[in-house]
Design a protein around this ligand. Sequence first.
Ligand code: ITT
Length: 196
Amino acid sequence: MEDRKSSVYFVTGNSHKFEEVQQLFDKELKMITLKQLDLNPLEIQADTLQEVAKYKLESLKNRISEGSYFIEDAGFFIDSPLNGFPGVYSSYIFKTIGNEGILNLIKPFEESKAHFASVVALFFEPLDKAYFFEGIVNGTVSSEIKGSQGFGFDPIFVPNEIPDKTFAQITRDQKNKISHRGKALKQLIEFIKKRT
Ligand code: ITT
């Protein structure tokens, strides 16, 4: 029988996210097997990623009978000139107007500031409470769509650490080193390491 202590579930329908997280686990937490569960948890419309993440995790409580699991909620925030939009509406905006639509919105402005944020919520057996880990990465919006790696808004986000490339022009490993998700996941990995 499989020792379930050595497995942790990442509940996500987004395989790109899973691959990024899988790479971090492979590198930094070899004794744990990461498994993807696509359960389509409830996503409420709220003002903050933290609230969305909290409800997303809670909605899984009666659907996963045993083992530890986590979810992630991420968003793309164009601080200037869009005051943080699309933020918690990122999924909807990506599906409707996409990267081209975003670039059209900010075309009249010469400068931009943006960030990605990630909130990871973990239920870790046998501890009966939720744990949260957060990460952000700051940058700007590219004037054009560039690169073919990554997903979502990656082709239009230029991180401050690598100012001549979008997230879609760097490797998964490079993205993980500086990204919102990489930062949140490193904290989760440290948390699990201390408790196993
Ligand atoms: P889940 O099943 O894990 O919820 P999702 O694709 O619905 O996956 P989110 O709600 O967390 O993901 O993310 C909202 C949107 O933000 C998502 O549709 C992506 O387009 C975008 N996004 C999130 N993380 C990103 C990243 O690292 N790079 C580019 N775009 C990202």
